[in-house]
Write a protein that binds this ligand. Structure first.
Ligand code: COA
Length: 259
């Protein structure tokens, strides 16, 4: 069904694997379209409670946007490339109500790190290398990197990473708070699944409301506290809330209907 990605669904988890190993999983136009479609399908799938995104092979998560596709672009084509990509993939992923975990299994450069940063949180193998090398190509990060990197690691560290175009290793990314956990490559997917397993036990409706509220902190002209109040109130009208509170009072495990 897809050319550049594979997807699988099991135990309430959809895995999306970027699969262009000969190009280190670089994001060409077709791959971005396919990822958009796969994320959309997974988000709409009632049986998917967590999405895990990773790269195929042992070398790369994603080595960036596909440089061969935009090398001869004009000013307006460049602008459109960034706008379309942000809309189809990066903002799209960040705003999904289904949690997205990025399992960074190797190089996550440029658009690759931007994709990992668009996920709701990240874990990495100890072989991972992360960076935004765009200024070494005479361009800047265009898929949200100038905004999400400072949000995650602080302005000074983001400025240094962007200006030097250098790479940091997994442990430095851990100390920066860019990734939450570092493990061996073999243990990366089991760890992603373990974290997903903890998320799956909880109310999907409440998690969606929490994502919306956290994201509101980063939206211009939006008061995140007001969004939180509204989302908090909405939870009281859900079946999940009734089940969660009833199960607690009855001293049993909640069995959330996800409504
Ligand atoms: N766009 C297009 N093709 C890419 C790519 C990208 N971002 N990153 C890697 N590739 C391709 C290479 O051109 C090469 O293809 P080829 O075999 O047809 O020549 C293949 O993937 C393997 O990459 P290679 O450079 O030979 O691997 P390496 O181990 O020597 O180096 C990297 C690995 C990640 C350091 C290097 O590939 C690199 O610097 N990539 C670009 C990173 C970048 O600037 N990303 C930001 C883009 S905005």
């Amino acid at each position: 069904m897809y050319t550049n990605i594979t997807t699988s669904q099991n135990n309430a988890i959809t895995k999306i694997i970027i699969n262009r190993p000969s190009k280190l999983n670089a994001l060409n136009k077709e791959t971005i379209q396919e990822l958009h479609a796969a994320f959309r399908v997974a988000d709409l799938d009632a049986d998917t409670k967590v999405i895990i995104i990773t790269g195929s092979g042992e070398k790369a998560f994603v080595a960036g946007a596909d440089i061969s596709e935009f090398a001869d672009f004009s000013v307006s084509e460049g602008g459109k490339l960034a706008a379309k990509g942000q809309e189809l993939l990066f903002d799209f992923v960040a705003n999904l109500s289904t949690p997205v975990i990025a399992a960074v299994n190797g190089f996550a450069l440029g658009g690759g790190l931007e994709l990992a940063m668009a996920a709701h949180f990240r874990i990495a193998s100890d072989t991972a290398k992360m960076g935004l090398p765009e200024v070494s190509l005479g361009v800047i990060p265009g898929y949200g990197g100038t905004q999400r990197l400072p949000q995650l690691v602080g302005k000074g560290r983001a400025m240094e990473m962007i200006m030097t175009a250098g790479m940091i290793d997994a442990n430095q990314a851990l100390s920066y708070g860019l990734v939450n956990h570092v493990t061996t490559l073999d243990e990366l997917m089991p760890l992603a699944e373990k974290l997903a397993g903890k998320i799956i036990r909880n109310s999907t409706v409440a998690i969606g409301a929490a994502i919306k509220s956290v994201n509101a902190a980063y939206q211009d002209g939006v008061n995140g506290f007001n969004v939180e109040v509204e989302q908090f109130g909405n939870c009281f009208g859900t079946e999940d809330f009734k089940e969660g509170t009833t199960a607690f009072l009855e001293k049993r495990k909640a069995n959330f209907p996800g409504k």
